[in-house]
Design a protein around this ligand. Structure first.
Ligand SMILES: [Zn+2]
Length: 59
């Protein structure tokens, strides 16, 4: 069991450059499954994640 606590005080750290992330860039991509956002670090430009495909089962 993991408890989740929302915080606006602590910044996440980029897994690539190890710097605290205060801003991420998002770029829209068109894929075969629709549009997705790709998120990347504003400092090192490495990709942090991609938005999940949503509503595939639910429509
Ligand atoms: Zn980085």
């Amino acid at each position: 069991m993991i408890n989740v606590e929302e915080t606006n005080i602590i910044n996440p750290v980029c897994p690539h450059c190890g710097e605290e992330i205060t801003k991420v860039f998002a770029r829209l991509m068109s894929t075969a499954f629709g549009k997705r956002y790709i998120y990347f670090c504003s400092l090192c430009k490495k990709v942090i994640g991609v938005s999940q495909r949503k509503g595939f089962w639910m429509g």
